[in-house]
Design a protein around this ligand. Structure first.
Ligand SMILES: [Fe+2]
Ligand SMILES: [Fe+2]
Length: 445
């Protein structure tokens, strides 16, 4: 078996990589926390066939340090580097990944580097009950497949006893208790191992903070987190756990918006990362509302907080991209969904606003804006007539959202700004919208 050396200081990422490499490629990587601890091994061990390393770990130029040693010792071991490389020689020598949370790309690159094909993986023998170290279960609150533990029957044969059913809620304490009773590994059925690993990976990634990841990871981190949260809120509602995840994700989304120099680049990042409509929509909308609050005369820090919150939660009960794209009665009729889906879409604003009532210390007034975001005071259906009783903040949000929708509609094509602005001015024709639209017009696109 090929030996893979993984150099990563972040314990969470190290666990994520180790599990994915093992399950997807049958590799058991050897890990080191920094380049300096790996040098001796690289020099003396001739069985290393691949090195995966962060570009930088703390102050250490990790990848460059390793590359230098390889050159000096005349060793030709392929390198995959996560993060930004500045050295030209290293750039040419290695495979560079801008970020480390795109596991699909990482796995693909590893497979290419050491010539593992899908066919080879398919032919690999895997036991019916596939083992997963118990510590990974500390990261979950439920599993998407049945979980077993090994035991012995009266005649000493190995048997597998179910510990958790699909979707059954469990706590870290329960897992710890099982560990202290001697369970080191849990088992899942082999055919479900990829789906399981994907679940664990997403959930672990969602807990990463933006300080722990590379610049190039932020969009994907936001996307994965949003998917996890939408799923969890649907299952368990607003809890301590979902609130913590939501706060973490809103932070990432805001920092994406602030740190990207302009909206075009942000949209390009989203498209490059195949962000999907729901996340793309939330991310661009956050950019737009931040711009609006910053530049309009009534804008305060509180408004900023409110509108970021609303951008994140307003469509949270919609699970599919095409559901979230619907913004009028007409579009809903044309889409020809089942009664059940129509119901979900028609009631999503009301449902989301009800959910938010459970959110501890939500900014004042967000519940109302979420309820009114399609123009209906009670949050049911879509109302194009712009009721005069809508709150001013709801109106501002609606304009920002319509503007966002128009930008996203343009996709990769050049945005026709005059056309977008004309559309906004005709849709929101009264004087009270003029200032808002004027501010949106200043955004460089
Ligand atoms: Fe929306
Ligand atoms: Fe909506």
């Amino acid at each position: 078996m090929s030996k893979v050396l993984l150099i990563e200081s972040n314990a969470k990422l190290e666990s994520i990589y180790t599990l994915n490499l093992r399950v997807y490629l049958g590799l058991e990587p050897v890990t080191k926390k920094a380049g300096q601890f790996a040098l001796k091994m690289i020099e003396s061990d001739d069985s290393i066939s691949l090195i995966i390393s962060r570009a930088k770990i703390g102050e250490e130029d990790t990848a460059f340090l390793i590359y230098n040693l390889l050159m000096k010792k005349n060793k030709n071991i392929p390198m995959i580097v996560i993060g930004t490389i500045t050295d030209l020689g290293l750039k040419q020598y290695s495979i560079q990944l801008k970020g480390g949370v795109d596991l699909k790309s990482l796995i693909k690159r590893c497979a290419q580097a050491i010539n593992i094909t899908a066919q080879m993986m398919a032919q690999k023998e895997v036991p019916k009950y596939f083992s997963i170290p118990a510590n990974y279960f500390l990261e979950l609150t439920a599993s998407n497949c049945e979980v077993f533990r090994q035991d012995f029957d009266d005649s000493g044969n190995v048997i597998y006893k179910q510990v958790f059913t699909v979707g059954q809620a469990f706590t870290p304490e329960q897992v710890k208790q099982l560990v202290s009773s001697g369970v080191i590994e849990f088992y899942i059925l082999r055919d479900l191992r990829l789906a399981f690993v994907n679940q664990v990976t997403s959930e672990m990634i969602t807990k990463l903070t933006d300080k722990e990841i590379e610049e190039g990871d932020k969009v994907l981190l936001g996307k994965i987190s949003m998917e996890v949260i939408t799923g969890k809120i649907g299952e368990i509602g607003i809890t301590h756990e979902t609130v913590a995840l939501a706060k973490n994700t809103m932070k990432t989304i805001v920092s994406n918006a602030i740190e990207t120099p302009d909206l075009r680049l942000l949209m390009k990042n989203l498209l490059d990362n195949k962000a999907g409509y729901l996340f793309q929509h939330t991310q661009v909308l956050t950019y737009v509302v931040l711009h609006l609050v910053k530049n309009i005369d009534w804008g305060t820090k509180e408004h900023e907080e409110k509108l970021v919150f609303v951008s994140f939660f307003h469509d949270i009960v919609l699970k599919q991209d095409d559901w979230a794209k619907i913004s009028s009665k007409d579009e809903l009729q044309k889409a020809d969904y089942s009664r059940e889906v129509m119901d979900i879409i028609n009631n999503h604003a009301r449902k989301a606003s009800e959910l938010i009532k459970e959110y501890p210390n939500a900014p004042a007034g967000v519940e109302q804006v979420i309820r009114q975001h399609h123009g209906a005071l009670n949050g049911v259906g879509f109302d194009a007539t712009l009721n005069m009783n809508l709150s001013p903040l709801s109106m501002a949000f609606m304009v920002a959202e319509e503007y966002t929708n128009q930008l996203i509609l343009c996709g990769q094509e050049k945005i026709n700004k005059p056309l977008v602005m004309a559309h906004l001015r005709s849709k929101f024709a009264t004087a009270r919208f003029k200032k808002i639209i004027d501010v949106l017009e200043q955004i460089t696109i």
